[in-house]
Structures are given as structure tokens and as C-alpha cells.
Design a binder for this molecule. Sequence first.
Ligand code: ATP
Ligand code: DGY
Length: 523
Amino acid sequence: MAAALQVLRHLARAPLGPLLWGGPLARLASSMALAEQARQLFESTVGAVLPGPMLQRVLSLDPDSGELKVRDRSFQLRQNVYLVGFGKAVLGMATAAEELLGQHLVQGVISVPKGIRAAMEHAGKQEMLLKPHSRIQVFEGAEDNLPDRDALRAALAIRQLAEGLTADDLLLVLISGGGSALLPAPIPPVTLEEKQTLTKLLAARGATIQELNTIRKALSQLKGGGLAQAAYPAQVVSLILSDVVGDPMEVIASGPTVASTHSVQDCLHILNRYGLRAALPRSVKTVLARADSDPHGPHTCGHVLNVILGSNALALAEAQKQAEVLGYRAVVLSTAIQGDVKSVAQFYGMLARVAGARLALPGTGASVEEDDRLCELAADLQLPDLQLKEALEAVVGAQGPVCLLAGGEPTVQLQGSGKGGRNQELALRVGAELGQWPLRTVDVLFLSGGTDGQDGPTEAAGAWVRPELTSQAAAEGLDVATFLAHNDSHTFFCRFQGGAHLLHTGLTGTNVMDAHFLFLQPQ
Ligand SMILES: Nc1ncnc2c1ncn2[C@@H]1O[C@H](COP(=O)(O)OP(=O)(O)OP(=O)(O)O)[C@@H](O)[C@H]1O
Ligand SMILES: O=C(O)[C@H](O)CO
């Protein structure tokens, strides 16, 4: 961190770079309302990771020979392809896959979020909808991203299809975020309700997705390589859309086609950490005790090809391009934003302060204390790919509008019983931070949105804020701190300025975690 501090101080006092961004591009940026630009940018970000185009980039079929290419691997098709899928982006992925496979596809079963077909129809997204005589059976379930009876029925149908396959068959598995809740098959005697309760408790206490899915795998028949094992001896090709930082295939949707390496000790540590070990139902204890020798050992996945189709990095690369088209100097800060939402919000607040000061007071910048504080906050978040130095260098060189982009998935430790999601809570917290550092000569806007279009159990994808948020809210009789104390960010944004700061996209049909944009525009 000492080196980073040196760099920050040096940057604050560095001579200014060439005026690359002060021309017509910069004027374009300021001519359009900032909030409208933020919305547009969010749309482009999501547009880059829509299922159909992503699938077509990885899969191709030679119609004459029947040779299917998956990146550099080839498979000979002879009407021997079966398809299963689970996740928020799987409906569109399945539609694209069926179109590509044509008559080679024999049968398919997918498990997708409740209401997704109606939402896609309503939004006129025909490319996300299966044709009327599709060979793929669709189950909708897991309302509010929790495993339920409908998702259980889907999981059992998927298992049955996989178990019926032979060595002549190829199973195409479509996987995306939300897949864990859409593929629940608890190992008896664990019941669906017990699994649901444990998942909810772990999530509410701030367990990471890695921790949550380690527990899910230990209690599931299909996760942690279980689906691959059920499909053996068929060949299995899994196409995975990542919604987890770093794209770990064994974590995304709890890795149904990736051999699990968890141990019972790992599970017990996690349950201890969140104070849940003492109150475990007897059934969970029984299954964990039995699982000591891993049921889905690593040897069971030799017949599987796992391929990552797309990720947050792909989406942010597009956002960066589009922001530059809009006239911004754009830098991707990180695609691995994780950690408690409060710490993430403090980091963005201080980043806006330090970067804004560099724009407002070229050659002087923020105080040494503020630079130091930013470095401390960044260090606490432990982001492996953080480009803080590059971002601040870009700000110094820009002398015009700047857009800092990031992606990932912060965690919220629920303390209140309000309605919200991590994007709306992050935006509200950043809004409160920004209010502490008003910069008269720089316009600031922060947006946080879930690329799936649904932030927590709400109908919004996220929200955007500006430094005036706290004072404007107070004028409407809304106390930001009280809403935050109750994790009630959605209620806040519904009331504040009649909901004008909410980001509404509807279900997007894709899912690559969240996107965060920080816009800084000299006035
Ligand atoms: N009232 C609330 N305020 C803030 N965050 C909340 C609130 N209620 C739930 N959450 C958070 O919302 C998240 C669950 O939302 P969501 O279903 O969008 O998850 P997700 O991570 O997008 O799902 P997946 O990873 O399966 O795609 C959890 O992190 C939870 O802590
Ligand atoms: O389904 C899940 O497990 C999460 O979305 C992470 O992939």
C-alpha cells in the first residue's frame, strides 16, 4: 500500500497530461442529461451479455457433416443431443441452442425463474422465447431466488433425463447464475424446507456465494458434480455464464458438472462462522456425517467439458467502449468488487472525492489524508484486479468527463426487515457518502444495477444517486439513515422524487453480477 500512496501523492501533483478529452466528445457528454447517459450505459452493458450472441460465439454446427464445434473441441452429432439448463439466463440460451442444433436435439428440460416467459413476451423479446413446438420442456420456479416445489420438480425431471442417457449421447448443460435455487435436489433426509431455511439464514448473515454454495453442494444430489455423475456415460458439455467473481466453475450455480472438492470440515467451519452449527436440523447433521467420503469424487468428471461463455468482464468492456463513445474517459476499475456493502460504499464515496478533487483542482487534488484514506479503504476490500492508479492517472489526464466502471457483488448483512437489494442499498449508501464531500465544480453520479434486472426481491434493477441526495430527501421528510438502518432502500427510492432514481429494466434474461458506474463531469 505504501507504493500506492506514493503514486497517489505523485499523481496529485503531476503535471497535466495532454487535453485528449476536452474536445467535441466531452461536449457530447455534457449535452445529454447525466442520468439518461447512465441508464443508456447500463442498457449497453447488459446488451453485451445477452444469451443468444454469447452462445453463438462459442458454438457452431456444420450442417453437412453434423460436426459441433465447442471452441476448439469437436463432437459428432447424429440426433443424439439432449439439453438441460437452470439459471436466470437459460431461457434465451436454450432458445439459441435449439435453433442451432435443429433436428439433432432430441429432448430438453430447463428450470428458469418464475414469470420469465411472460416478462420476455411482455417486453417483446422474441429471441428469448422458445418456438411453439419446441422439444424443450420449461419449468418455472424459485420465486425470489429461493428453491421451491416447482424448482424441485424441475430438478427431478432434469435428473431423470440425465440418468436415462447412454454412451452414444451428448448432454448439453446450460448454466447461469440463479441456477442453485433452480436446481434443488436435497439429499434425503434433508427436506426442501430445511435447505431453504439454511440458505436464507446464511445469505442474511452475509455468507459469501462461495460459502453458501459449499453448503448447498454438500446437501445436494445434483450440485458439486452430481449432475455430471448422473449423466455418465454420456458426454457432457456445459456452457456457463458466470455470475461469480473470478468465474470459478465449481461455484457458479454450485458446479453441477464440476467435481466438488469440499470437505465436511469446510462445511462445519462455515456453519460455525455464521453461528448456525448448534441449531442444525438432525437431517443436515446426518448428511454431513455421511458425506465424509466425497460422493461426487473428482474421477467422475472426466467425460465433461466445462466452458465459460461470458462474464462481468465482457459486459464492462462494452460499457467502457460505449462510455468513450459518449465522450467520457472510461476506465474499468475492477470486475471483482466484493465485501460488505458499507465498506464498498465508503470506498466509492472517497474515490469520488479524490478523483473529483483532481478534476476540480488540477495540480492540487485532494488532501494527503484523503489520499491515504482511499488507499486504506481499497486495501481493506482486497480486490485482486483493482486499477486504482490507472483510474486516477486517467482522471488527471482527462480534464474532461470521466467514467469509472466496476463490477462484482457486494454483500449485505440484513439487520432490518425492510425491502431492498444490494444495488439499491449500495447506491443509497454512496449517496450518503457523496453528500459529505460536495464539489461545486464537478457533477457526480453513481449508479449500481444488477445485470439480471432484479435487485433482491424487488422489481427494480438498482438505482442512481447524486451528492444532493441526503439534503433533497430531508426536504421530502425522508431520513436516509433510518431507511439504511432497516435495509429499506427500495422503499426509500420508491418514495424519493416519486421513484425517479430507480433503475427499471424488467428481467433482462441474462445475469453477470452487478455493474457500478461513477460519472464525474467538470461543469
Ligand atoms: N432488504 C434488503 N436490502 C438489501 N439487500 C437485500 C435485502 N433483501 C435481500 N437482499 C440481498 O439481495 C440478495 C439476493 O438478491 P438476488 O436474488 O438478486 O441475488 P443474486 O445474487 O442476484 O442471485 P444470483 O446470484 O442467484 O443471481 C442477497 O445478497 C441479499 O442479501
Ligand atoms: O446460483 C448460484 O449459485 C449463484 O447465482 C452463483 O452462481
